[in-house]
Design a protein. Structure first.
Length: 150
């Protein structure tokens, strides 16, 4: 398995959890809390491995202005999720309609980010890095995820 396949599995898992969260009602307080805890942990670990391992490898190999733009845009999207939207949702009572709205915003932001990575960054990574490099990055990502408790 290479790094792109591994990160895509993460994307699919978080999207599934977000879909499940979005389908809950304010009466499902416990379920919402449990799902949000899982989503928060998945996003935190995924963000860390991308920012520590995957993104720097692409940035280092990149030779175009567009490569650097993709790098910084991805970091800003992570910041928006991790420092703004997710903390707001975590601070919101799951028994409210406000929670539903914030969950929807988180879902849309994460889906947009994953879609951009899969359509722009991942194909570019395949151009910049060899298959062997991507397999090695996957090993590094798996090891780091284990350290982070994934």
């Amino acid at each position: 398995m290479d790094a792109i396949q591994l990160l895509k599995i993460d994307h699919d898992a978080v999207k599934a959890l977000l879909n499940e969260l979005a389908s809950t009602t304010k009466r499902a307080e416990k379920k919402r809390q449990d799902l949000l805890a899982r989503i928060g942990k998945e996003i935190e670990i995924h963000t860390r491995v991308e920012e520590e391992i995957f993104y720097p490898a692409i940035k280092k190999a990149g030779k175009k202005v567009e490569d650097e733009r993709l790098y910084f845009e991805a970091l800003e999207e992570h910041r928006a999720v991790g420092e703004l939207v997710l903390p707001d949702l975590q601070a919101t009572s799951p028994a409210t309609d406000q929670f539903s709205g914030r969950a929807k915003v988180l879902k849309e932001l994460v889906e947009h980010h994953a879609d951009e990575e899969e359509k722009k960054m991942f194909p570019r990574a395949k151009e910049l890095l060899s298959k062997e490099d991507l397999v090695e990055l996957a090993k590094q990502i798996q090891a780091r995820k284990a350290e982070l408790g994934a």
